[in-house]
Design a protein around this ligand. Structure first.
Ligand SMILES: Cc1cc2nc3c(=O)[nH]c(=O)nc-3n(C[C@H](O)[C@H](O)[C@H](O)COP(=O)(O)O)c2cc1C
Length: 182
């Protein structure tokens, strides 16, 4: 889809149909792979689909699916399973999050952002996250998927459930699925 058309179609959607990403289905896996590559994949060994300050590349994508928690290994182009728990309901405080098919949690490794004040670190990780989220918005617009960025998150609760350490910080969550017809 031409960029202009993707921009025209881009919007936030908060009502999702019951359709899920079937991890046993090749077409759904390819869609997920394309989504993650567009979000934050490697184009060359150093350059990725989104910019990051100083090319620190401090953001990790954690996927919350009904099947469990996975981390996107962008180098290996694969998902690494972390747990079998369905943590979708813990990814936010709005009602739709419990049943939406996929949440992509952006987790920043703050120790990669050096020489900055604590406020500077936060500015950096949120700015870098924004580019990734916009990539997801445009991918979803071009593929007919529904998505919304979310900052309304109980971060301490979700970080606890994900087992994050003190140098890891959740910035945003991007919910992805198919729009409900209702
Ligand atoms: C940083 C950021 C945080 C957001 N947080 C939430 C959120 O927690 N929950 C939600 O439903 N929408 C959230 N949104 C979506 C905005 O409400 C939405 O982008 C805005 O209303 C404009 O609508 P549009 O995206 O359809 O143009 C967020 C958007 C951004 C960029």
């Amino acid at each position: 889809m031409p960029l202009r058309d993707a921009l025209m179609a881009r919007r936030s959607v908060r009502q999702f149909s019951s359709r899920r990403f079937r991890l046993s289905d090749e077409a759904d896996l390819q869609l997920l792979s394309d989504l993650l590559w567009t979000a934050w994949g490697y184009i060359t060994p150093k350059r990725r689909s989104a910019p990051s300050s100083h090319n620190w590349q401090e953001i990790e994508l954690w996927l919350l699916l009904p099947e469990g928690v996975f981390v996107y290994d962008a180098v290996g182009n694969r998902l690494v399973a972390r747990s079998d728990d369905d943590l979708r309901a813990a990814s936010g405080v709005q009602e739709y999050v419990a049943t939406a098919p996929l949440h992509i949690v952006l987790v920043a490794e703050k120790s990669k952002v050096t020489g900055k004040t604590p406020q500077g670190v936060m500015e950096t990780i949120f700015t870098d996250s924004g580019y990734i989220c916009q990539n997801i918005y445009l991918f979803c617009a071009s593929e007919g998927l529904a998505t919304v960025s979310r900052a309304w998150i109980d971060r301490p609760a979700l970080a606890g459930k994900l087992g994050l350490g003190p140098t890891q910080a959740i910035t945003l969550v991007q919910t992805v699925g198919w729009k409900s017809e209702e």
